[in-house]
Design a protein around this ligand. Structure first.
Ligand code: HEC
Ligand code: HEC
Ligand code: HEC
Ligand code: HEC
Length: 204
């Protein structure tokens, strides 16, 4: 009888000691420093990703022309026209040079609510998330943009950041950067007279 009590008591103590070791193991972390020495230290709190991180990025307001947004100022009272055509009454300044043979305005803009963009999935997104629209086809660029390799990101490396939208740099309707016009080199000073006028000379 006595033996039995002792056995269960030592078992209980054993369990207690074991779980105490487990608990303390969770509080320390071990790693090798850059000299190869084993370091055992108390666990430090690391920067944690927010649940919504990866889909919503802080950006400045989209670069709209003055007075064009909200689009619904005009479009709310208009019959939407999904027909591909030359626009003449409005937006005739918009020239599509972006795989234009394969698409039309309404592949990106939303037919019934013009204040929103539209993804291929049918999801409607605000203009502040237009990078998601671009990322449907330029996934590699979007991936680079998120980690600050493409485009422009400012802020803290381990904290708050701001991003420029793709549309701050690329015109969504004609995104390719136009090549610069080559110009002649500047006139050498010895070929200028006091009035800054080019003098006839053999080499300029
Ligand atoms: C590849 C997707 C795409 C296509 C195709 C497209 N747009 Fe856009 N459009 C955008 C995005 C993104 C913006 C938002 C730019 C910004 O953030 O300022 C925009 C902006 C606009 C604006 C506001 C322009 C301004 O001056 O601020 C108008 C108007 C517009 N689009 C009309 C059209 C029309 C009309 C067509 C078809 C002829 C068209 N879009 C085709 C993506 C597209
Ligand atoms: C000042 C009024 C006005 C504003 C603001 C305006 N639109 Fe329009 N939009 C028009 C008119 C008018 C047409 C028809 C043009 C035509 O048929 O020649 C049109 C046509 C379009 C079309 C072609 C499809 C259709 O339904 O006719 C698209 C796409 C479009 N607008 C997008 C936009 C977007 C996106 C914005 C906001 C960023 C915007 N518009 C702001 C007046 C406006
Ligand atoms: C539906 C697919 C699709 C979407 C959405 C799309 N693009 Fe494109 N983009 C293309 C294709 C295809 C080309 C190459 C053909 C061309 O340049 O006309 C291209 C070309 C480009 C180029 C030029 C690349 C070069 O070779 O110089 C840039 C920059 C660009 N897109 C940026 C954007 C931005 C910014 C957005 C969002 C506003 C966007 N794209 C949305 C399909 C897409
Ligand atoms: C800060 C400005 C900036 C922002 C923001 C930006 N880009 Fe660019 N992008 C550039 C420049 C500059 C180039 C190089 C243009 C060149 O070489 O002609 C470029 C090139 C590209 C190209 C062509 C690349 C190639 O291989 O030829 C694509 C596609 C593109 N960007 C898409 C995007 C998309 C999508 C986004 C948003 C997720 C974005 N860009 C955001 C400035 C920007």
């Amino acid at each position: 009888m006595k033996i039995h009590v002792w056995r269960s008591l030592s078992l209980a103590i054993g369990v207690l000691v074991f779980s105490a070791t487990l608990a303390s193991a969770a509080q320390v972390e071990k790693f090798f420093d850059r000299h190869g020495n084993l370091v055992v230290q108390e666990k430090v709190e690391r920067y944690k990703r927010r649940a919504d991180e990866g889909t919503v990025f802080p950006v400045p307001p989209p670069p709209f022309s003055e007075g064009i947004f909200p689009c619904s100022d005009c479009h709310a009272d208009m019959e939407p026209n999904p027909q591909r055509r030359d626009l003449v009454e409005m937006h005739d300044d918009i020239v599509l040079e972006h795989a234009e043979g394969q698409r039309w305005c309404l592949d990106c803009h939303n037919l019934n609510d013009r204040d929103k963009l539209r993804l291929v999935s049918g999801e409607e997104i605000p203009f502040t998330e237009s990078y998601r629209l671009c990322g449907q086809c330029h996934g590699d660029k979007l991936r680079d943009w998120k980690v600050g390799i493409h485009g422009k990101r400012t802020g803290y490396w381990n904290g708050e950041k701001q991003y420029l939208l793709c549309a701050h740099c690329h015109n969504p309707h004609s995104p390719r950067f136009k090549s610069l016009q080559p110009l002649p080199p500047p006139v050498r000073p010895e070929n200028l007279n006091r009035q800054g006028v080019v003098e006839a000379s053999g080499h300029n």
